[in-house]
Design a protein around this ligand. Structure first.
Ligand code: HEM
Length: 109
């Protein structure tokens, strides 16, 4: 059953464009990760400065395997050297929180 892992990234008031650009240039290393089902990057449309990266996984083991894989480092190398497999250091003023959910109900077309 699909599980949901959300990375909630809070940026400085003027930091949204930088985050959007980094995601536009993302590595794509997660796309072929076993158990990965997809993700959405959600930008706030009110005064909040917390963006959400909603990721969907086949199970918790698949998510944990990605977090400890080289693909995670490649997907987060940002401004680090090309080819690096370690995450870049966070930007000043950027904080992040991991939220874990499972689907408890809903409806869709
Ligand atoms: C310290 C914690 C984290 C920060 C500051 C952060 C921030 C970022 C940033 C800025 C990018 C764009 C690529 C780049 O510039 O490096 C990115 C990519 C991504 N992040 Fe995170 N992230 C963190 C942890 C996580 C976690 C725990 C998840 C999953 C819930 C996640 C999901 C993703 C995904 C799916 C991508 C696209 C990767 C790819 O294209 O391969 N991130 N993240």
């Amino acid at each position: 059953m699909t599980i949901i892992k959300i990375n909630a990234i809070t940026v400085p008031a003027d930091g949204g464009a930088d985050l959007a650009r980094r995601f536009a240039e993302r590595a794509g290393a997660v796309d072929n990760q076993p158990g990965f089902e997809g993700f959405e990057l959600l930008e706030p449309t009110d005064e909040r400065t917390t963006w959400l990266v909603i990721t969907r996984w086949a199970d918790d083991e698949s998510f944990q395997a990605w977090v400890s894989s080289a693909a995670f480092g490649q997907g987060h190398r940002g401004a680090a050297a090309e080819g690096a497999d370690k995450p870049a250091p966070p930007r000043p003023g950027m904080t992040s929180e991991l939220w874990s959910y499972e689907i408890a109900g809903g409806s869709s077309h």
